[in-house]
Design a protein around this ligand. Sequence first.
Ligand SMILES: [Mg+2]
Length: 382
Amino acid sequence: MKIKQLRLYPVAPRWCFLAVDTDEGVTGWGEPIIEGKVETVMAAVKELEFYLIDKDPAQINDLWQLLYRGGFYRGGPILMSAIAGIEQALWDIKGKVMGQPVHQLLGGRVRDKMKVYSWVGGDDPADEIAQIKAQQKLGRSTFKLNGCGKMALVDTHKAVDDVIERIGLIRSTFGNTVDFGLDFHGRVSVPMAKVLLRELEPFRPLFVEEPVLAEQYEQYSVLSSSTSIVLAAGERMYTRAEFKRVLSRGGLGILQPDVSHAGGILETVKIAAMAEAYDVTLAPHCPLGPIAFSACLAVDFVSYNAVLQETSLGMHYNTGADLLDYVNNKDDFTITDGFINPLTKPGLGVELNEDAIYQAAEQHTGWRNPVWRHQDGSVAEW
Ligand SMILES: [Mg+2]
């Protein structure tokens, strides 16, 4: 079997789907994307196509090394996301050829079902409480919320009080019937993170995500020594080498590599194994589409330390399309009491509505990160 062509489809809300066609009629799908940089990632995939045409898609390990090392320059969000999407498609092909789900090809499952969590969007506590109540009716009890909005490098007592009031209200409304992680989204400086983590501790968040930016990773161990809150990060880390530096420095309790940003399925499994050696758990980042989500599940079901899986289902960024709008086998993605079963169809286990994808690509208008500014006019982290 040989790879014949790569087809790219930028689609709403802010995703990109890749089809890798073979000369024997088997097509694999992957999701190479950096949110807000779809054209750039597509260009990177196009450049990598040169290394793939007429190659055997079964040789995933060698092709990965070729794409990673062959270009001399490596790493970073764009290149690693391009490689990730291609690698996912190669696993999809392999699974379809062998008639097996990807988790079987990776050695088989370590669990029967995987716990998933979804986003509760917005910054208005009344709205967030209503959303949590709606999700509780669907049997879900684990969520992620924004920890805070815009936060100055050194912010006011009022800004801190507003955060505490909002999170406190949510905790007092639901008591211990829900668990929620708080995403600081890299918006918080090191000095403010110290303050917020201390103030938030009584409300027992499940974790705080990106308490400071990934480039401040050496601060994770400092922050974790001053709080009992579990710290999480990883969506803005792209290579094994980066994860090695972060893990060896300590401080994180949950690692959140993105299977579409960190080089793909097997690379994330390797990162997960490295985390396991440090007794650090895994919660793959996935505000993305159904192929990326299926790739995450392939990792979760073979990684002992996987504790939570993010899903973009109903996410506030999903304008124009939601997770299952491009999926035919929607029932396979049913979440029951907060858990999802393994996808058992061959390959990644997602059957795509290709007409919906082609149509969405024609209507694609792009997505850009919002631009925020501080009171003094300087750029704020979004
Ligand atoms: Mg995040």
